[in-house]
Design a protein around this ligand. Structure first.
Ligand SMILES: Nc1nc2c(ncn2[C@@H]2O[C@H](COP(=O)(O)OP(=O)(O)O)[C@@H](O)[C@H]2O)c(=O)[nH]1
Ligand SMILES: [Mg+2]
Length: 450
């Protein structure tokens, strides 16, 4: 394992009041001593005013503040120095350059967190949560990441692991005393313990679809006939005039995608070309793109003009190709009340002119896309990555196989191996021992300096 001193700017480069530089690894304090005057590692975790100088020329770089964290009581677990300098393009880069000249190596993306993981300061789920917290684009994403960072998911997995080991202990009793009639452990007791742990793993797995959607943003496709007011609604939900709006049917020909936060949840909004038969070559291509988006959508917002019938046969046919839930919206209600025309129960009446119904629509969209997470609140853990889902699916399959083997009369020692493998899957998930290629994948998306 590498422990050489690494250095990086932890704040984004550019014009800012301050910048934070991190230096960590074996010998980090020696490197710092060549650049910081005076260098005072004692008392630990105490801020000192320092002059930053170039280690060979002695030329002044900045006036700053430095804190030393001797390992293992540091973010990485190794000796670590945090240096605050003035911001901007020149000073932080010069300070990092001085530390490199003094013997540190520029850190790779996520390398500080990777060392924290390898030193046992955090587990793999917390490392992932660190990246998610930084990448969060909506309050719901940030809250979820923080909960995982605070070991919400890790603690739940530790409980499941303990339950699996208890189940194995019950079985072990049968292995040790095979000749006892019925054994000392009643089979119903094993079945009860088995069912409890299976249900808990399955319950966690059920959070995967919305948990993964939370990390990526729900793909919300706005569909409906030409001129139904789709682009107007797209702009209203975004809060900016992004798509072109005209009274000419067929104005939108391409799909336009934009990120929006609705009710604190992340959405990828897509405005599409109206669903209608057209002989225009460009519009036809646009309609084809709409179909593809509809097939991939997490939810569809179906717009209808207050003056038109609900879903005509043509639109129904388009919608048949998508499996996502559909939220019906009646548009332009400032012009005509929906009660003047056939209505669909549950549809939301909106007007982008008066703003009527938009708040209700946002709530409805959040409920349809993230209702399960809303119901769980921020306390119950949720899984948010394909990696989590794959490991839990493996654990669940082994737990199911355990019960089938038991029912099939397989001997206790052989059934117990399924429980062992299930425990192994949970260990992979927490990151007890993680192969380098898995770590490479996790840390590839990290920022430098984290
Ligand atoms: N009065 C009124 N007009 C609207 C409303 N929404 C859209 N429109 C008008 O309806 C026409 C078509 O709108 P547009 O958003 O381009 O529809 P699209 O073809 O479905 O994207 C434009 O002239 C808009 O100004 C609304 O809520 N009230
Ligand atoms: Mg349009």
């Amino acid at each position: 394992m590498l422990t050489d001193p690494i250095v990086a700017l932890a704040t984004p480069p550019g014009r800012s009041a301050l910048a934070l530089i991190r230096l960590s690894g074996r010998g980090a304090f020696d490197v710092a001593a060549r650049v910081l005057r005076p260098f005072r590692p004692e008392p630990a975790r105490t801020v000192h005013r320092v002059q930053v100088v170039h280690p060979t020329s002695g030329a002044p770089v900045d006036d700053g503040l430095a804190v030393c964290f001797p390992g293992p009581r540091s973010y990485t677990g190794d000796d670590l120095v945090e240096l605050s300098t003035h911001g901007g393009l020149v000073v932080p880069a010069a300070a990092v350059g001085a530390l490199v000249t003094a013997g540190a190596r520029p850190a790779a993306p996520g390398e500080f967190t990777r060392r924290a993981l390898l030193n046992g300061k955090i587990d793999l789920l917390q490392a992932e949560a660190t990246a998610d917290l930084i990448d969060a684009g909506s309050p719901a994403q940030a809250r979820r990441a923080l909960q995982q960072l605070e070991r919400g998911l890790s603690a739940r997995l530790a409980e499941l692991r303990a339950e699996l080991l208890e189940l194995e202990a019950l079985i072990a009793y049968d292995i040790d005393f095979p000749d006892e009639d019925e054994g000392a452990v009643a089979p119903e007791r094993v079945t009860r313990a088995w069912r409890a742990v299976r249900d808990r793993i399955a319950g966690l797995l059920e959070t995967a679809p919305q948990g993964e959607r939370l990390r990526e943003g729900a793909l919300l496709v706005i569909a409906g006939r030409a001129n139904a007011g789709k682009s107007s609604l797209f702009n209203a939900l975004l809060g900016v005039e992004r798509a072109i709006v005209t009274e000419v049917p067929g104005t939108t020909r391409d799909a336009i995608e934009a990120y929006a936060v609705l009710e604190g949840f992340p959405f990828r909004l897509v405005d599409t070309a109206g669903l209608r038969h057209s002989d225009d070559r460009v519009e036809k291509l646009g309609i084809e793109v709409s179909r593809r988006y509809l097939a991939a959508a997490d939810l569809v917002l179906f717009c209808r003009d207050a003056g038109c019938e609900m879903r005509d046969a043509e639109s129904e046919q388009f919608l048949a190709s998508c499996r996502a839930p559909v939220v019906d919206v009646v548009t332009k209600v400032d012009l005509q009340r929906p009660s003047d025309s056939p209505t669909v129960p549950q549809s939301v009446a909106v007007s982008v002119v008066t703003g009527e119904g938009l708040a209700e629509l946002r709530r409805r969209l959040a409920e349809v896309a993230f209702g399960r997470l809303l119901a769980l609140g921020d306390v119950e853990p949720v899984i948010t990555r394909a990696r989590h889902r794959a490991a839990l699916e493996r654990a669940l399959a082994e737990v199911e196989a355990f019960q089938s083997a038991r029912q099939g009369g397989v001997d206790a020692a052989a059934t117990a191996t399924h429980l062992r493998t299930a425990v192994g899957a949970l260990d992979d998930l927490i990151g007890v021992v993680t192969p380098d290629d898995v770590l490479d994948r996790v840390f590839a998306s990290f920022c430098i300096g984290k």
